[in-house]
Ligand binder design. Structure first.
Ligand code: NDP
Length: 492
């Protein structure tokens, strides 16, 4: 896997001005997967300058040509998928079962979907006044800064890059430091595809240095960020002096609600998959379960039995369902949350000891705790690990208050065979997405994003295009006679 990774500035694959590097570590065994460039604020300045120069060229490129370039990048990703799958698995521990079926195909799909969708996107015409013609004209925002996390490294970057480009913006993109390799490979495809110089610039380096230099650079017109809520707040505070817009997809503490009349087979399978897929490192994974008392014992028994069957281990093994967390610090954080909950009285329902051969990696076994206090940190904070809490509830009427009593508002699901009851409960939940008899279905056609401290932006669907365009209002009188409220007075 040895490769000379480079950043992309002004159409050239290059090294940072100061020549710094940083290692990417495999969380399975702590080996060094690769060494990548470590940029500084000087590289950010060069990238923003290049993106600024490229603005006029790109916004005036026919949208069909822009779409064609997105299709070319998608084709290059598809051509190189085996290498990208291996890199994705090595850098953040996503099992090949996931990276081959989800990460890389979804990145291709996002490019292709956005290339088509953007071409059909129009402004509004408004019937405001019979003497005028009024419309909104969609303009690109300019230079957008994209800052992305590690849990789906390539596809999260693409789900921002593709709509930004098709809508005519130029871009400075920074992936997460622990998992930048597939995005750096994409930089090579962007050059190969023939995207004009400066339209896409890709930099690697620490968030508190390179990320903040992007956010505070006066040439950036908008930031689109996915990551932790604390970091999102920091970015918003840095953007505030210029009143620069920040789109943010932040953390979640998602609820899984099982009512007495749920189909138990479906609920157990849905719970096990959605809570432990990608080792629970999904912003939308459920980590707090509210289960009605009539079904509680049976649901918990079967959920624990199903979760204990998950194969945990080397993510390169095609049979592995759950790999390590992204890095060792994530394991320490998860263990801290679990330890605190147990000390405070939570009952352990599932927490197998870590097999000896996995002790050196960032592994956490599937963990299910029975919880009694909705205010416990374990039920309120995002752990981002395969660690969930289950709580027994008496009445469906009590559930909405429990779910809403949390500073996050990303997603939830209700499991019930009474669709009317489920729907009415969903209406009471202050979240961005709420599923019925489903959890974690996220596709390009449907909008994704949260409320409250989960952020206020939409990814995917036609709505994401709005994040990268400005509706300029244009009003044209149909003649040159005066049409103002004062026209009589002024004539006098
Ligand atoms: P982080 O917030 O730690 O990092 C995300 C990105 O922000 C990285 O590129 C990081 O760089 C950068 N960054 C860190 N500090 C700053 C800063 N001060 N200024 C600018 N940029 C900065 O998130 P993780 O990578 O740990 O990803 C997990 C988080 O992402 C979870 O909270 C998860 O819920 C959330 N997420 C939300 C989604 C949603 O749709 N709502 C989807 C996916 C994930 P570096 O890596 O160098 O630190």
């Amino acid at each position: 896997m040895s490769h000379d990774y480079k950043i992309l500035i002004d159409g050239k694959l290059t090294k940072p001005v100061k020549g710094g590097t940083m290692d990417v570590i495999n969380p399975h065994d702590n080996s060094v997967v690769a060494t990548v460039p470590r940029c500084t604020a000087e590289d950010v300045a060069a990238a923003v300058e290049a993106a600024t120069r490229a603005k006029a060229v790109w916004r005036n490129t026919y949208i069909g040509e822009r779409a064609e370039l997105l299709f070319k990048i998608a084709a290059l990703i598809r051509e190189n998928q085996d290498e990208l799958i291996a890199l994705e698995t090595a850098q953040y521990g996503g099992p090949v079962m996931k990276t081959s079926r989800f990460d890389i195909p979804s990145a291709v799909g996002e490019f292709e979907f956005m290339a088509g969708l953007g071409r059909a996107h129009t402004g509004l015409t408004i019937s405001a006044d019979p003497t005028a013609r009024v419309m909104t004209f969609k303009e690109p925002l300019g230079v957008v800064g994209l800052i992305t996390p590690w849990n789906f490294p390539l596809v999260t970057a693409v789900s921002k890059l593709a709509p930004a480009l098709i809508m005519g913006n130029t871009v400075v993109l920074k992936p997460a430091s622990c998992a930048p390799l597939t995005v750096l490979k994409m930089a090579e495809y962007i050059v190969q595809a023939g995207v004009p110089a400066g339209v896409v610039n890709i930099l690697t380096g620490p968030g508190n240095e390179v990320g903040e230099a992007i956010v505070t650079h006066p040439g950036i017109d908008k930031i689109n960020f996915t990551g932790d809520s604390h970091v999102g707040k920091r970015i918003m505070s840095l953007a505030a002096p210029r009143v620069m817009p920040v789109a943010s997809e932040l953390g979640g503490k998602n609820a899984f609600i099982v009512l007495d009349d749920a189909n138990l087979d479906a609920a157990v399978e849905g719970a096990t998959y959605s809570a432990f897929f990608n080792s629970g490192q999904n912003c939308g994974s459920p980590s707090r379960f509210y289960v009605q008392e009539g079904i509680y014992d049976e649901f918990v028994k079967r959920f624990v039995a199903a979760a204990s069957k998950i194969t945990v281990g080397d993510p390169t093994d095609p049979e592995t369902m759950m790999g390590p967390l992204a890095y060792m610090k994530c394991r320490e954080t998860a263990e801290k949350f679990v330890g605190e909950a147990i000390r405070e009285g939570a009952k352990v329902l599932l927490r197998e000891p870590l097999p000896k051969e996995l002790e050196g990696g960032a592994y956490v076994m599937p963990t299910i705790l029975e919880m009694y206090d909705n205010k416990a940190h374990y039920m309120q904070e995002e752990i981002f690990a395969p660690c969930v809490g289950v709580m027994k509830v008496k009445l469906p009427e009590d559930i909405a208050a429990l779910v809403n009593d949390c500073h996050y508002g990303l997603s939830s699901s209700v499991w019930s065979s009474d669709y009317r009851k489920a729907w009415l409960l969903c209406e009471q939940l202050k979240v961005g997405t709420t599923w019925i008899n489903q959890h974690l279905a996220i596709v390009p056609e449907t909008p994704w994003g949260g409320q409250k401290e989960s952020g206020w932006t939409k990814e995917n669907s036609v709505l994401v295009l709005e994040e990268y365009t400005y509706h300029k209002h244009m009003w044209m009188n149909m003649d040159d006679t005066p049409h103002t409220f004062w026209e009589e007075q002024i004539r006098l």
